[in-house]
Design a binder for this molecule. Structure first.
Ligand code: ADP
Ligand code: MG
Length: 271
């Protein structure tokens, strides 16, 4: 969940509607970021289509997390353009404004409230800007209950809804956190290494979940697990030294000699 400085969840209510008439929801153009002279992102350009599920791969240090930091306003690029839809300039907005505009980010480590139930966790993320403690005692409308029911179904935790979040498996906690992000109705979801530490079955279920979100949402997934990326089977972007090295289907990527040399080569056993 994304919270403001008072600890209230941020909803994409005052939605700045991104203009996606050209089919593109995220424009990243000629972006460079340097840390003490080292270029973490180097003239990087990337376009995410509205409703698409995109996989982002690349060796450690390729710049994947830095790219997410730039999109969400955590890091400012030295140069470049980052637009949400055709017109909304994300570089002119802070992290809170970007979250409110409808860009949700899921970090690697799940940050659910362990002492609360699954339902209460979702209730909190749905409850708006009234502050956590008021929200816990605030009565939900029928509409809000339906919405939580729908999210529970999407993330596959209907049966677990009255369980304490702390008692969920690692995979279930990750799904709950995705559900908490969904409560804010983001248009674009950024997900960093969702299947790290998951069992094979949880990994499969996560692939299904993210695939089901595409269409209504646009989703960018950073992941190292090649079997997972293959099972999602969508367009893949390979980052290398802060730039896009290749883009295409998994089979195009796997037969690209440059990609094999600099990235997949080291991973051939697993791939
Ligand atoms: N705050 C920072 N200060 C200095 N160097 C950084 C910082 N953040 C990232 N880097 C460097 O930038 C490069 C890209 O890092 P990162 O975006 O985390 O890569 P990835 O997520 O693909 O593993 C790495 O060499 C990393 O050490
Ligand atoms: Mg990273």
């Amino acid at each position: 969940m994304i919270v403001d400085k008072q600890g209230s969840p941020l909803l994409a209510e005052d939605n700045i509607r991104p203009d996606t008439r050209h089919g593109v929801i995220l424009y990243v153009e000629d972006v460079s970021v340097s840390f003490d002279g080292f270029k973490a992102l180097n003239d990087l350009s990337l376009y995410i289509n509205d409703g698409e599920l995109r996989c982002l791969i690349g060796a450690n240090g390729a710049g994947k997390t830095t790219l997410m930091d730039v999109i969400t306003g955590k890091t400012r690029p030295d140069v470049g353009k980052v637009n949400f839809g055709q017109q909304v300039d994300l570089l002119g907005m802070d992290e809170t404004q970007i979250a409110r505009a409808g860009i949700g980010r899921k970090f690697q480590k799940p940050t659910v409230f362990e002492m609360l139930t699954v339902f209460e966790n979702l209730e909190l993320s749905l409850a708006g800007d009234k502050g956590i403690w008021t929200n816990l005692f605030h009565k939900l409308s029928g509409e809000q209950k339906d919405e939580i029911g729908k999210i529970l179904q999407t993330i596959g935790l209907t049966k677990e809804c009255y369980m304490q979040a702390g008692a969920l498996s690692h995979g279930q906690k990750q799904w709950l956190e995705i559900g908490m992000l969904l409560a804010a109705k983001p248009r674009l979801l950024l997900v960093d290494e969702p299947v790290a530490g998951m069992t094979g079955q949880e990994t499969e279920r996560t692939a299904e979940l993210l695939t089901s979100l595409a269409g209504e949402h646009s989703v960018v997934v950073v992941e190292h697990d090649m079997a997972f990326v293959r099972s999602i089977a969508r367009k893949v972007t390979v980052l290398h030294q802060g730039s896009v090295l290749a883009e295409g289907s998994m089979s195009e990527i796997q037969s690209n000699p440059e990609v094999v040399r600099v990235y997949l080569g080291e991973d051939q056993g697993a791939a």
